[in-house]
Design a protein around this ligand. Sequence first.
Ligand code: KIV
Length: 252
Amino acid sequence: MPNVRQLLQFKANGKKIVALTAWDFAIAQILDAAGVDLILVGDSLAMVALGYDNTLPLTLDEIIHHAKAVKRGVKNALIVVDLPFLSYQTSTEAAIQSAGRILKETGAQAVKLEGGHPRMIETIARLVEVGIPVMGHIGLTPQSVHQLGYRQQGRSDGDRDRLIQSAVALEQAGVFSIVLEHIPADLAKLISEKLSIPTIGIGAGADCDGQVLVTADLLGLTLKQPPFAKAYVDLRAVITQAVQEYSVDVNS
Ligand code: KIV
C-alpha cells in the first residue's frame, strides 16, 4: 500500500501516479484490484452520486459515509478524502476537527482541500503539524464555482504567477502532493519541475507527475463531461442495453 512518503519516491523514480475518484464500495474494489495507486473520495461525489448541481451542498457527514464504504473496498491504494465546502475554511480549528473526523472515522490516510491563499497555507501548516497528511488543490477549484465558474485558470501573467507562488507555498506548508486542475499544460509542467512533491493533473497536460479523473467521466456515466475528460467506455449505453434486454426477458 503506498503511503504519502512513497508517493514522493514515485516522483524521484519517474513513476507516474495513477489516481481516480471513488464514491462507493463496488467502484473502490474494482479500481483497487485494477492497480490504481491513489483513490480520491472527491467531493465530485456530490454531483456524480448524489445528483447535486455542484459540490457546495455536500456535508462532512455525507462524505464520511461514502469514504467508509470506499475504505471497505480497498486493500492497496492510498485513500485521500476531500474536505467539503465550509468544513475547513472558517477557521484552522474547524479544519482540524473536520480532517480529524475523516481520518478517525473512515480509516483514510489523507485529506485534500482547495486553495492556496495565505490563510489556507496557515491552516495547512497546522494540519500537517498535528499529523494530518494534506493534498493541495489549485487551478480550477470547484468549491469557488460562483466566483470562477468552470473556466481554465492560469491564462494571464498575473494568474500564472499567483498559481506558481501558491504551489511553492503549499509545498513549504508541508502538503505531500498538489492537484493541478484545468490550467495550461506549460504552466503545469513548470510547476511540476519546480516542486519536489508530486503534482497530479486533471486537464493540465501530460507533464504532471500523475493524473486523476472523475471515474464517472472515465466510465461514460455522466451526461455533461468537462472538455478535458476522456470517456474510455460508454457505460450509460451498456447499462441501458442490459436493462432493455432484461425487460424483454421479463415480458416474454
Ligand atoms: O472532487 C473531485 O473529484 C476532485 C478531482 C476533480 C480532482 O477534486
